[in-house]
Design a protein around this ligand. Structure first.
Ligand code: NAP
Length: 259
C-alpha cells in the first residue's frame, strides 16, 4: 500500500534503537525524510547511515537528551518545520510505590509527559498552518492496564494521555491527527532490562524470565520493532486522517479485555 507520504518530513525522537528506530525505518521506507535523535552519537549515526543506505531518504541525526531543554532546543533547531512528529524517550526505572521521591516523579513527568507535550506545542502550529500533520506518541500498555513495578510510567503516561485526548480534538479540524501507540512487551533493550530485573528478583535466567512472560501473551512471543513501526507509519499516512485521539494497543493480546 502506498502510504501517500513520500517527500514529507518527520522528526522521530529517541530513535537510534528499539521502537523509535522501528518507526523511523518504516517512515523512511514510505519515502519520508527524517530528523532522528538519541543521546548516544555513535549508535545514532550508525542508525542514520543504515536508514540512508536502505531507503535513500535524507536523514539528519542530532545527538542530545530530548528530555532536557538544551538537548531539545538543538533537535528542534535542526528539524525546522515537520509534517510528522513521533515522540519517544526512555521509560522510567522500575520500583515500588513507596520508593519514589518528588524528584523521581518530576524526572518521569519531564521525560514521559512534559517532553512529548513540549514537542507537540512546537510542531502543531506549523502543521495547523499548512492544514496537514500527523503526531504519534509512543506511550505504553500501562496506560490501559497498570504495571505494578512501573508506577512512574503509569503516572506520567496517564497525564500525557489526558492531554492528547483533549488536544487531538482541538487540532483535528485543521487536518492534524494525534494518536498514541501503546506497546506491550517488544523485543528491544528495554525488554532485556525488564527481564533482567525479573531474573535477579526470582533467581532465574533471563531466558527463563522471558519464557515466563511470553507464556502470558496470547501471541506467545514479544512484538518486533518492525511491526510497531509499520503501525506507526500507517497512522502517519494519508489513509489515517479519520483516526483521531486514539490509544492503540500493540500487545499480542496480553491485556485481557473486551474493549
Ligand atoms: P530502547 O530499545 O531502550 O531504545 C530507547 C531509545 O531511546 C534509544 O535509541 C535511546 O538511545 C533513546 N533514548 C532514551 N532516552 C533518551 C533521551 N532522554 N533522549 C533521547 N533519546 C533517548 O527502548 P524501547 O523498547 O524502544 O522503548 C521505547 C519507549 O517505549 C520507552 O519509553 C519504553 O518505556 C516504552 N515501552 C517499551 C516497551 C517494550 O517492551 N520495549 C513496552 C512498553 C513501553 P540513547 O540511550 O543513546 O539515548
Amino acid at each position: 500500500m502506498d502510504l501517500g507520504i513520500r517527500g514529507k518530513r518527520a522528526l522521530v525522537t529517541a530513535a537510534s534503537k528499539g521502537l523509535g528506530r522501528g518507526c523511523a525505518e518504516a517512515l523512511a521506507a514510505a519515502g519520508v525524510d527524517l530528523v532522528i535523535n538519541a543521546r548516544g552519537a555513535e549508535a545514532l549515526e550508525a542508525t542514520a547511515a543504515a536508514i540512508r543506505a536502505a531507503h535513500g531518504v535524507r536523514v539528519t541525526a542530532v545527538a542530545g537528551d530530548i528530555t532536557e531543554e538544551g538537548g531539545r532546543a538543538a533537535v528542534l533547531a535542526a528539524a525546522g518545520e515537520v509534517d510528522i512528529l513521533v515522540t519517544n524517550a526512555g521509560g522510567p526505572p522500575p520500583g515500588l510505590w513507596s520508593d519514589w521521591s518528588r524528584e523521581d516523579f518530576i524526572r518521569a513527568l519531564d521525560a514521559n509527559m512534559l517532553t512529548p507535550i513540549a514537542l507537540m506545542q512546537w510542531a502543531l502550529p506549523g502543521m495547523i498552518a499548512q492544514g496537514w500533520g500527523r503526531v504519534v506518541n509512543i506511550t505504553s500498555q500501562s496506560v490501559k492496564a497498570p504495571i505494578p513495578q512501573l508506577g512512574l510510567s503509569n503516572a506520567a503516561r496517564a497525564g500525557l494521555t489526558g492531554f492528547v485526548a483533549g488536544t487531538a480534538r482541538q487540532v483535528a479540524p485543521q487536518g492534524v491527527t494525534i494518536n498514541n501507540l501503546l506497546p506491550g512487551i517488544h523485543a528491544t533493550d528495554r525488554a532485556v532490562s525488564l527481564d533482567s530485573g525479573v531474573s535477579k528478583a526470582k533467581g532465574i535466567s533471563i531466558e527463563a524470565a522471558a519464557a515466563e512472560r511470553m507464556a502470558t501473551i496470547p501471541a506467545r512471543r514479544y512484538g518486533t520493532a518492525a511491526e510497531f513501526g509499520a503501525t506507526c507509519a500507517f497512522l502517519c499516512s494519508t489513509h489515517a486522517g479519520f483516526i483521531v485521539g486514539q490509544n492503540i494497543l500493540l500487545d499480542g493480546g496480553a491485556m485481557n479485555a473486551t474493549l
